[in-house]
Design a protein around this ligand. Structure first.
Ligand code: PBG
Length: 336
């Protein structure tokens, strides 16, 4: 009964680190930053402990806090001063993201990514131009109308996303990250960036974005919940795995420089599949609900927050992610 192979031999201090296959470092991480044009002082985000919405003139200070932890990259989200039918404040040159990015890039060396979407900017909270059926249902206040099966016009939305991405690049964004799940968005944005002279601005495509209930806290934070219906006809069905490869391959063909899988932890199989099917860098988005649930359990004393946060990120790296967008970035970087 004597085992011939003893994997325990390599688990002792000294050798353990030498044979470790994966690691997380601050340089793998990107922190989401919320800039809110309606505020004149910082406001805590209740469901995301430790995160705040900051006014535009605090954006630089917020990014300096991030840099002080060793994390060098941020993803900027904006909450505009006003919303309208098409989300026109998303591409305004004096919009909240544009102003914040201009200030951040002028004052810091942070690598600045921007989320390119319309849901925080439209009154109806959808990520594009409504169909006429959906528009009617919305005006009638029909929360559960049939229109929710087809809410957003794909092709009319492309032009608006392209304008938004170009306005971010013009403000100095280092990278743009389209998250609207509009078919053809990467190609449309690449073409528009090139035409505007931004050939060197790369695209991180939210290629594989599921219609997930793990986005709840974010939708409070960024005020981007749909006013009616849901996002089922544009975000992916959580049941699907092969479809993720179609999405990732299409985005690479259209010119994505890197592709993202979102959420992260519940979709590690998909991170692995995508890693094996494309040759560009793969990102995972450790989303708001993943952050909130670990915080809630830790608050009850049921989990060790620092340990589970690090283990979560390590698991995403092990699954094949090269970089991770995470609300834990600053805490983990400080602990490392
Ligand atoms: C869309 C966007 C969302 C998130 C990132 N970009 C919300 C959504 O699709 O509903 C969610 C991120 C998170 O939950 O942390 N602008």
């Amino acid at each position: 009964m004597t085992p011939t192979r003893r994997p325990r031999r390599l688990r002792r201090d000294g050798i353990r680190e030498l044979v470790s296959e994966t690691s997380v470092s601050a340089s793998d991480l990107v922190v989401p930053v919320f800039v809110d044009a309606t505020l004149d002082e910082r406001q805590a985000i209740e469901s995301m402990p430790g995160h705040e919405r900051v006014p535009v003139d605090e954006a630089v200070a917020r990014v300096e806090e991030v840099l002080a932890t060793g994390v060098e990259s941020v993803m900027v989200f904006g909450i505009p001063e006003s919303k309208d039918e098409t989300g026109s404040r998303a591409w305004a040159s004096d919009g909240v993201v544009q102003e914040a990015v201009r200030a951040i890039t002028a004052a810091t060396d942070a690598y600045v990514m921007t989320d390119v979407c319309l849901c925080e900017y439209t009154e109806h909270g959808h990520c594009g131009v409504l169909t006429s059926e959906a528009h009617e249902a919305w005006e009638d206040g029909a929360a559960d109308s049939d229109a929710e099966s087809l809410t957003v016009r794909n092709d009319e939305t492309l032009e608006l996303l392209a304008r938004t991405a170009v306005s971010h690049a013009a403000a100095g964004a280092d990278m743009v990250a389209p998250s609207a799940m509009t078919d053809g968005q990467v190609g449309a944005i690449r073409g528009a960036l090139d035409d505007a002279g931004h050939q060197d601005v790369p695209i991180l495509a939210y290629a594989v974005k599921y219609e997930s209930s793990f986005y709840g806290p974010f939708r409070d934070a960024a005020d981007g919940a749909p006013a009616f219906g849901d996002r089922r006809h544009y975000q992916m069905d959580p049941a699907n795995r092969r479809e993720a490869l179609v999405e990732a391959e299409l985005d690479v063909e259209e010119g994505a420089d890197a592709v993202m899988v979102k959420p992260g932890l519940p979709y590690l199989d998909v991170v692995r599949d995508v890693r094996e099917s494309v040759d560009v860098p793969v990102a995972a988005y450790n989303v708001s609900g993943e952050y909130a649930m670990l915080h809630a359990a830790a608050e009850k004393g049921w989990l060790d927050l620092e340990a589970v946060a690090l283990e979560s990120l390590l698991s995403m790296k092990r699954a094949g992610a090269d970089l991770i967008v995470t609300y834990f970035a600053e805490d983990v970087a400080e602990a490392l």
